[in-house]
Design a protein around this ligand. Structure first.
Ligand code: ARG
Length: 470
């Protein structure tokens, strides 16, 4: 039976004295996290070096031991950078680092874990990792944001129908549509910056749950590792993965935003719309149909957002049943967090490239503007002639019906037929002006009129300057 199989005593283990026999193979396989958490090695080494300093200051280590451990940890880092974690048998990254340290400096390595637990250690490592990953994500988000802004700048005079319910609604500028997908990214960056503040609270010095048994200087640890504040409660912080949940939510929402952008572009790439065409570099072909130009990049962006949502839900479900403090359930956080960051890091540059290189068919866009999109303008013109809007809406509705019956565009209904609906309607139709006039007629801040779009371009240019998330 598998449960009878016991693993050979591992080369190095952080526990085990109290057991007569080693763990079963099945437990070892389940319990091991090295295949996932090996990525934390740079953070584990950095936090260990800070811990060595802290132990030196309280006299747990002599200056010579302190120097030996610091040098040893540097050599461990070099070995890990060279791939020492690949195929390593250890339980987790903390065990691996300690084993390698033993190999480098001998029994002095056994002093490193004084007053520290893997509970405060892993919480520290993961927060450090998250801070770095968040900063990289911010760069990637900024790149997509700037790309949307740049493409919007070119699209000021490309006019197309704006859609609600998937139906042509009112004319807008292509620039305006692109900016509607850029603003969510500003909020994403703000959300990440906000989560970052809470992530930057230092757990180290919390011990397993009740504080460290040695009077280490946590303020100094905080400074050394670049944290913003000390965590206020050891039991809380060793079991706190709110920062993971917050960041996973922020990433799930980033994914949702990318998915919506992708869904919209995917529609516009169809021959029926033909508004945009993806570049060869961001298109895929069909194995059977030679003519196909497939927008896989957009479809994958849409699908990957589902997985980000899954990561968030899986974490929340993991957290909701456990008491304060560390439970091994928490080991599962890393696979979810890494998966989410990896997914976004894969999707964002691809979407950015697709947006940067797509071509716009402004004639197709303009060709989709049909006179029915002027219905609101007509109703507004009747309002100017003194008709209450609810009534003018009804009159123009009748004009639409008349146009459909006669099989003519809304602005080609014979003047006599228009006048029969309302005396001012014939004049209103004659007054309609250009598509540009129609768009400029909605000049409220935040609208699609040129001035507002120019203002948005300027605000977004600033917002997508790095450091401008504020
Ligand atoms: N590998 C563990 C994790 O990722 C490290 C912490 C283990 N703590 C413990 N008490 N066994 O959560």
């Amino acid at each position: 039976m598998a449960s009878e199989h016991r693993i050979e005593t591992p080369q190095h283990q952080m526990w085990g004295g109290r057991f007569a026999l080693g763990p079963s193979e099945a437990l070892h396989a389940l319990n091991r996290s090295l295949p996932v958490d090996h990525r934390l090695w740079p953070q584990d080494v950095a936090a260990s070096k800070a811990w060595v300093h802290a132990l030196g200051r309280v006299g747990v280590l002599t200056p010579a031991e302190e120097a030996a451990l610091l040098e040893g940890l540097d050599r461990v880092a070099e070995r890990l950078a060279d791939g020492a974690a690949v195929g390593a048998p250890d339980e987790d990254i903390h065990t691996l680092v300690e084993r390698l340290l033993y190999e480098e400096v001998g029994s002095t390595a056994g002093k490193l874990h004084t007053g520290r637990s893997r509970n405060d250690q892993v919480a520290t490592d993961l927060r450090l990792w998250t801070l770095g990953a968040t900063d990289q994500l911010d760069v990637d988000l900024t790149q997509l944001g700037s790309t949307l802004v740049a493409r919007a700048r070119d699209g000021m005079d490309d006019l197309l129908p704006g859609y609600t319910h998937g139906q042509r609604a009112q004319p807008v500028r292509w620039a305006y549509v692109l900016l509607a997908h850029a603003w969510p990214l500003v909020r994403d960056r703000q959300r990440l910056a906000d989560a970052r503040r809470r992530t930057a609270e230092l757990p180290l010095g919390s011990g397993a749950l009740a504080g460290s048994g040695f009077p280490v200087d946590r303020v100094l640890l905080k400074e050394a590792l670049g944290f913003r504040a000390l965590s206020p409660n050891a039991l809380d912080v060793t079991g706190d993965r709110d920062f993971v949940a917050e960041v996973l939510f922020a990433l799930a929402l980033v994914g949702t935003h990318l998915s919506r952008l992708a869904a919209e572009l995917q529609t516009y790439t169809s021959a029926e719309f033909g508004f945009v065409k993806l570049s060869d570099a961001f298109s895929t072909g069909s194995s059977l149909m030679p003519q196909k130009r497939n927008p896989d990049v957009l479809e994958l962006a849409r699908a990957k957002s589902a997985r980000l949502l899954g990561d968030l839900v899986a974490l929340l479900a993991t957290l909701k049943g456990i008491p304060a403090g560390y439970s091994k359930d928490l080991q599962e956080d890393k696979a979810l967090l890494f998966d989410a960051f990896d997914t976004v890091a894969l999707v964002l540059p691809a979407v950015t490239g697709a947006v940067a290189s797509l071509t716009v068919d402004r004639d197709r866009m303009r060709g989709a503007l049909d006179a029915s999109l002027r219905a609101t303008d007509l109703a507004d013109l009747l309002v100017e002639a003194g008709v209450p809007f609810r009534e003018s809406h009804g009159f123009v509705g009748r004009l639409v019906l008349e146009a459909e019956r006669a099989g003519v565009p809304l602005d080609r209904v014979p003047p006599a037929a228009a006048a029969a609906i309302h005396p001012a309607l014939g004049a209103a139709v004659a007054q309609l002006g250009t598509w540009e006039d129609s768009i400029e007629g909605r000049a409220t801040p935040g609208g699609s009129a040129r001035h507002s779009v120019e203002q948005q371009l300027e605000e977004l240019r600033k917002a997508f300057t790095l450091g401008g998330a504020g």
